[in-house]
Design a protein around this ligand. Sequence first.
Ligand code: GLA
Length: 661
Amino acid sequence: MELQRLTDRLGGLAFGGDYNPEQWDAEVWKQDDELMRRARVNLATVGVFSWALMEPEEGRYEFDWLDAHLDRLHAAGVAVDLATPTASPPPWFTLAHPDALTIRPDGTRLTHGSRDTYCLTSPAYRRAARRIAAALAERYGDHPALALWHVHNEYVTPCHCDHTAAAFRVWLRARHGSLDALNEAWGTAFWSQHYTSWEQVLPPRTTQWHHNPGHVLDYSRFWSDETLAAYREQRDAIRAHSDRPVTTNLMVPDYQNLDLWAFGREVDLVSVNHYPSAPGIDAAAHAAFDADRARSFAGGAPWLLMESGTNTVYAGDRILPKEPGDILRHSLVHIARGSEGALFFQWRQSRAGAETWHSAMVPHAGPDSRTFREVTAAGEAIARLGELAGSTVRADVAVLHDSDAWWALNVDGLPSGELAYHPALRRAHRALWDAGLTVDFAHPEHDLNRYRVVLAPALFLLTDAGAENLRRYVAGGGTLLIQHFGGIVDEHLHARLGGYPAAPLREALGIRVEEHRPLAQGEEITLSDGSTGSSWSESLRAEGAEVLAAYTHGMLDGSPALTRHAFGSGHGWYLSTRLDDAGYTALVGRLLTEAGVGPDLPGLPAGVEAVTRHAPDGRAWHVLINHLDEPVPLPRPGHDLLTGGPVSRLPAGGCAVLRAL
Ligand code: GLA
């Protein structure tokens, strides 16, 4: 079946958000129609948490209220992204099916009263989820308002119940074939963990001390596959009745325990939610990180920012406001990187309930507010960018991402508590972002030849195939940076013997690491080039590589810290400590210079983004975002789609979208 493209249906980029009209009355709905028109909203996500209304008792569906909203939205010119409500089963469901409730690793059985409280592996839950997805698809599959299907919401809740144990065993049999192979893979010869029947194998529930690492890693893989299977069931139920694309909204940071490469292959349109964790320029860098990851998981195809907050920065125990102008700037950070629009959670700020204090497009104060004025301005701006629909983004540099490597760094018993995966990726991305580059993410086993520079900041787990692929990449002319504790274990978390990292990679790097020497918290180690390292150091030998900086400290005095190896027609770099910020930025800058890589629009200061979207017919657009508090002259003037006129400078905090000539 030929699927309808979202932007074709909308006639441009998407702008809007989650719409939960069931929280309001007819008076407010009337106002919503008018305000959506003013804000140029063309897409509303409906039904995300509406299970209790859609199916007030088992098997009895009530859709009249939803018909009315869809018809009203359609009449108001707003298309609908219709959600299946399966992230929030109603209380009747959990009372009827207590075995479908989440069990925590410590055995606690959760109960209803929040959301996301269900077990994905429970047959009752899966049946109910498929049924309601099919009922919605049958009724609305060709509704004129319908533009997109939104399966579930942020698949997130792992479970450790008996259903999960049974499903885990099925998965393990398929992966390992036999118990002997499982015992071998998990290294159960130690600590008397040997399994003699499948029934003995459980999800990793609370135990006395370190869990077996192979067990934990396989559980993460299993849970991701199980979640994908649950998604597919709903998607297929919908496909039987509808030609509109199907997505599920992903969280691209580490909130979801999912292999997002796999999800990227199964959805018709990758969609993601983004909430920054720090204000100011850090929020913009964080948005760029998530947006680059979303595009990469989409295989470079257009994708969609499904949710962000108009005024939400999740900073620990508080929700900080965004800065004036951030609504448009942050939306453009995503659109620049291939998003087909910008959507928010949610349209109208809740008056009651669990998300009363989460920001919205229409705040408690109503339309006479800074937030709504900014929303309206952003809606008008994005409405002028319709010609960007379907265009894509190119990158010369990549950061490696592999869920196995991430999960592998979550196991017990690692030599340091400072080996977190995503912070290391964020740091590598940030150094490239600061240098003005557009960044792809790639899997270590992908074809990397199109990238001039590849950074591998936290590649603890690396398969033989991955190591061989990286060796080939360097031999073929690539520039690769492997950072400390990289290439250390195979896919079963078995340590590489005879020196780290994995052998084919050692060849490309021209080094052999003999010993890891984690540093104490706060301890620093000095390097001969004037930089300092922290958290980690290694004792290594150059085997052909050039030593660019050596440790000047203690037992490692004189031993290599940073190396570069000319291998084939490329260069393999190795960094064996966590460099200070200035040192790391300088190192990444040096790699880029040596590889001859620069920004799309040279001449802009750090803090001003320029990302180019390319149409298949050769047209291109530069999206420019000034995150600085001062105006910035443009290297060359151009025609700005946002104003419809010429532009030669960006005001402080200003944006422009130039047609590239
Ligand atoms: C997620 C959820 C929304 C909402 C927001 C709040 O993205 O999908 O329902 O809870 O977080 O930030």
